[in-house]
Design a protein around this ligand. Sequence first.
Ligand code: GDP
Length: 307
Amino acid sequence: MVVTHLPKLHTHFFISTPPPSLYTHHLSLLRIPKSTLTTAATAATSSTTHPPPISTPDTHIQIPLQNLFVPPETDISATSTPLTARILKGSNIVLSKYANDAQVVQAEFVKSSVRTEDCPSDGLPEFALVGRSNVGKSSLLNSLVRRKRLALTSKKPGKTQCINHFRINDSWYLVDLPGYGYAAAPQELRTDWNKFTKDYFQSRSTLVSVFLLVDASIPAKKIDLEYASWLGENQIPMTLIFTKCDKRKKKKNGGKRPEENVEDFQGLIRDFFQTAPPWIMTSSVSNQGRDEILLHMAQLRNYWLKH
Ligand code: GDP
């Protein structure tokens, strides 16, 4: 399969991982993140008019070094700052020199498109949000732009099956794609949505990365695993956004903690990716992960613009 926009990003984000030699002399496991981890994200993106995110739970996830997402042109062996201080809180993402201009100061709905060809043609970089219905996509979108009801625009009748573009700071787009896996939708419609979004993924040259939302409060769903593995197999850049990380099931009721679901999901999709995809734990209730997502988007976007 030919992906027309591969050269812009994939060759860098999927193939140019740090050379194996960088790993050999490191610890095999890195404990993430406890409160020792960076608060750079908060400092870099919080404006004085908004309160910083509410304190987030520790994730207690052990990330093997090879499962870190290391952006290109980033040397994890540089010793001036400890590696743990350069990893975004609640994620496997190392910060690069491109992580700046992360704040959202302006957001506006631009248009709904029914075909990829109808999407804005101004060449600005974009990030697509996609996930199962009810995963928390609208809540996340509203939280990213700090507007309570902006995402309602794409929930209006006639727009739920569209590609909805929101322009941020007049310089990049957040794109709300139709939710999938909605059981009540007729089968033909569900198949159509698939075809429609897959076409967008494969032909949209300004797509920097897909942000696939996965509910971390429940065990992995087959449809999410299929979606993630399809993106991996087709080498579409993907960041996993684990939602609802504030929901903590009681162990005694057989429920797993979000951290366990996050780890399980990684394991189940590993074989479909050349290198570990970036992931971030989030909650729209506590705003956990909000600043981290924006910093990650900034570093992907700034790198994309430079190359
Ligand atoms: P969408 O269908 O993917 O756009 O999902 P919504 O954003 O409409 O959210 C679906 C439901 O999940 C709503 O009842 C939200 O209040 C709830 N929800 C969304 N995000 C979170 C979250 O981070 N934590 C919790 N506990 N609930 C959430």
